[in-house]
Design a protein around this ligand. Structure first.
Ligand code: SF4
Length: 441
């Protein structure tokens, strides 16, 4: 078992899917900076398209999504997304040595399969027409409960090879406690359809720290996921923050495992999956050794972006859709979160960026250290940085969680559950952090 130091986990810390984090976004950055960054864009980029709809809303969910119960609202959203694809695509440098090349496309949400398969094909068509696609790898997040044969056919025709299903838990008692009823048979059916459709890398999202969840519940869900052949497993700790996510008020806080139980569950999950042959990826992902994510972790090519740990090395991520975030080297820009205002901006053919943060040289240097610590568990602290950080690192060093040699800082195996806490030492914005983030484990 990892050594348990509750005092090091007491302070909520970001998940660092970007640096600076979304907590630093302000209205000082928006469509003007977005336009400038798009005009300067060269080389490889990845696309992310946000579909903010689901058939039913799960009580724990922190995503920007809503029920797909009004056909008109769905149609106008997709219309706006089509306009944004054309608008952004029209601003990209196309062709030539320094032209933009889209190598990856990820559809997320929400649940992209809350829209019809035909609407999905239309979006892919629009991307083909307006974006410089270079044989991109396409991935889709899917809700297994609403996955149909028509969808599987379309995924096959589009050439989707990567998919992620929200599973969370196989235990019906826990599913009821988090408002996501999902029979085992729907996961089996979904897995089967996706494999037949040509998906070669299939991820299951699972959670620990659920209300009433026992160690045995978690072990059973992990075992079932492995039995069904998940290539990747993302094992997240449930973050109960009802003051930030009001829909979580429906979840009984009294039944939530305490921090010590969460810590034990994270360890149990890590041990069970690694003993079964999964490669740990970062601090909460696992992948079969043949999967591209495991290969990236093993060869030091792992990265972190808004979708979590990834083997995607593109320096730029373009986010399309309401609340989607675009990350450029010099600036991060988030699209308008409110889908009504997002639709309004696009109806006037305006870029939708309304929040963001400029990245200084120092931000980028710190961002690289944070990413290296989370992805590779080591970082080089050049110049005066090591000397400046030593007083803050000494406690972790005394506890055997890190080691330093020269300008290298390494997180030792016992320090893995504290990786986010250690990374946060390099985040100057966090010094006066309030309760805006999740528990560190
Ligand atoms: S299906 Fe996924 S995105 Fe939709 S509400 Fe549930 S967890 Fe959130």
């Amino acid at each position: 078992m990892w050594p348990y130091h509750p005092e090091l986990l007491a302070r909520p810390v970001p998940r660092y899917t970007s640096f600076p984090t979304a907590a630093e976004f302000s209205a000082a950055v928006g469509s003007v900076q977005q336009a400038g960054a798009l005009a300067d864009l060269r080389g490889d980029v990845s696309l992310y398209l946000h579909i903010p709809f689901c058939e039913e809303i799960c009580w724990y969910c922190g995503c920007n999504t809503s029920r797909v119960n009004k056909a008109q609202r769905l149609a106008t959203y997709l219309d706006a997304l089509h306009r944004e694809i054309a608008l952004v695509g029209g601003r990209l440098r196309i062709g030539g040595e320094d032209g933009v090349r889209v190598r990856r496309i990820a559809f997320g949400g929400g649940s992209p399969n809350a829209i019809s398969p035909l609407d999905f094909v239309r979006l892919v068509d629009a991307l083909t027409v307006h974006m410089p696609l270079y044989d991109p790898v396409v991935s889709v997040e899917l809700d297994p409960r609403t996955l149909t044969e028509d969808w599987a056919t379309v995924l096959h025709c589009v050439g989707v090879t990567r998919a992620s299903m929200g599973v969370q838990t196989f235990e019906p008692r826990l599913q009821a406690a988090i408002g996501r009823l999902q029979p085992d048979a729907s996961i089996v059916r979904g897995t089967d359809m996706l494999r037949r459709a040509g998906v070669t890398s299939l991820n299951f999202d699972l959670m620990y720290g659920l209300p009433g969840q026992t160690d045995d519940d978690l072990a059973a869900s992990l075992a079932r996921s492995m039995e069904l052949g998940a290539d990747r497993i993302a094992l997240f700790g449930y973050a109960h923050v009802p003051h930030l996510i009001p829909r979580q008020r429906r979840i009984a806080a009294d039944d939530l495992p305490d921090q010590a139980a969460r810590f034990r569950m994270a360890w149990n999950g890590w041990r069970q999956l690694t003993e079964a042959g999964y490669q740990p990826v970062g601090f909460d992902h696992f992948a079969l050794p043949g999967d591209a994510l495991a290969q990236a972790a093993l060869s030091g090519r792992l990265h972190r972006n808004f979708q979590g740990f990834t083997e995607d090395a593109a320096p730029v991520l373009l986010g399309l859709g309401a609340s989607a975030i675009s990350a450029f080297p010099g600036v991060i820009v988030q699209n308008e979160k409110n889908s009504g205002r997002y639709r309004m901006l696009l109806s006037q053919d305006q870029l939708a960026g309304t929040l963001g943060v400029a990245r200084t040289e120092e931000d980028r240097a710190r961002g690289q250290i944070i990413e290296a610590l989370l992805c590779r568990h080591e970082a080089r602290l050049v110049g005066e940085r090591m000397a400046r950080m030593l007083p803050e690192l000494v406690r972790f060093s005394e506890l055997g969680l890190i080691e330093t040699s020269g300008d290298m800082l390494r997180i030792r195996p016992d320090g893995l559950p504290y990786a986010r806490t250690i990374a946060a030492l390099f985040d100057p914005y966090r010094q006066e952090s309030g309760r805006r983030f999740s528990s560190a484990v």
